[in-house]
Design a binder for this molecule. Structure first.
Ligand code: CIR
Length: 257
């Protein structure tokens, strides 16, 4: 899958009021802005044309744009976030998506889907059922993706500690290879896939993104980065400390298409 574009939204002045369970203290906005700028530059270095939306003070979590939509094969599926405080982020992103996608659909109530629960892996999509994405939302998404030739399977991650979203514990590294944290690696849904274990203690790094042959990953997780490089994939480490304080992973800072 080659990406040509991405959409990002820098953290806003209200960023520190975002949802969190991390217990890592409040994020520092200037540091978050600097990390976001470096992230954007990394996407550009991978060849992407990046659309930067204005910061949106109304929604503290609005920098995590990935949760608002699922983009697949020319279709934009507008999500219905599981957290009430994030519902308005979807309307806020709609115009930007309409500029690039002629075909769109939406998850309807009572279904909920957060984009962070959706892991595309070639022609297969893993959909996490979590505290944010419910079974009805997952079913709706699966039936929207199926006509596009995308098969899907549902992975129920409720009750797995430390996993806000499915992609908090999994990354597709191309072909049939998935990086998986220990708690996911043993799950039957991933049988038949080549599984790269994320070393215990480095779970946060599992939320990596393959962008045009390079793997963007969180800095500071040397064993995981070494394991990815050993697959022959160049890595681009990025400081994510301020986003981690809000339970945010690296993938959730952009919509890539
Ligand atoms: C939230 O709890 O919704 C945000 N503070 C973090 C969302 C992170 N999204 C993601 O990892 N896909």
């Amino acid at each position: 899958m080659t990406f040509t574009r991405a959409i990002v939204r820098p953290p806003s002045a209200t960023f520190a009021e975002g949802l969190t369970t991390a217990g890592l203290g409040p994020p520092d906005l200037p540091a978050a802005l600097a990390q976001h700028a470096a992230y954007l530059a990394a996407l550009e270095a991978c060849g992407l044309e990046v659309t930067t939306l204005p910061p949106d003070d109304r929604f503290p979590d609005s920098t995590f744009v990935e949760d608002t939509a699922v983009l697949a094969r020319g279709l934009a599926v507008l999500c219905r976030p599981g957290a009430p405080s994030r519902a308005g982020e979807v309307d806020a992103i709609r115009p930007a998506l309409e500029a690039f996608f002629h075909s769109s659909a939406a998850i309807e109530a009572p279904g909920t889907v957060d984009g962070g629960d959706v892991c595309e892996a070639g022609d297969h999509v893993f959909i996490g059922v979590s505290e944010r994405t419910n079974e009805g939302g997952a079913r709706q998404l699966a039936s929207l993706l199926s006509p596009l030739g995308l098969g899907s399977s549902v992975v129920d991650i409720r009750g797995i500690p430390g996993l806000l979203h499915l992609k908090s514990g999994i990354a597709w590294l191309g072909g049939r290879t998935l990086a998986l944290t220990d708690l996911l690696a043993s799950r039957p849904e991933f049988r038949g896939w080549s599984r790269l274990p994320v070393p215990p203690g480095e779970e946060y790094a599992a939320n990596a993104v393959l962008v045009n042959g390079r793997v963007l990953l969180a800095a500071g997780f040397p064993r995981f980065e070494g394991a990815v490089r050993a697959l022959g994939l160049p890595t681009v480490p990025l400081d994510m400390s301020e986003f981690r304080k809000l339970d945010g992973g690296l993938s959730c800072l952009s919509l890539r298409f």
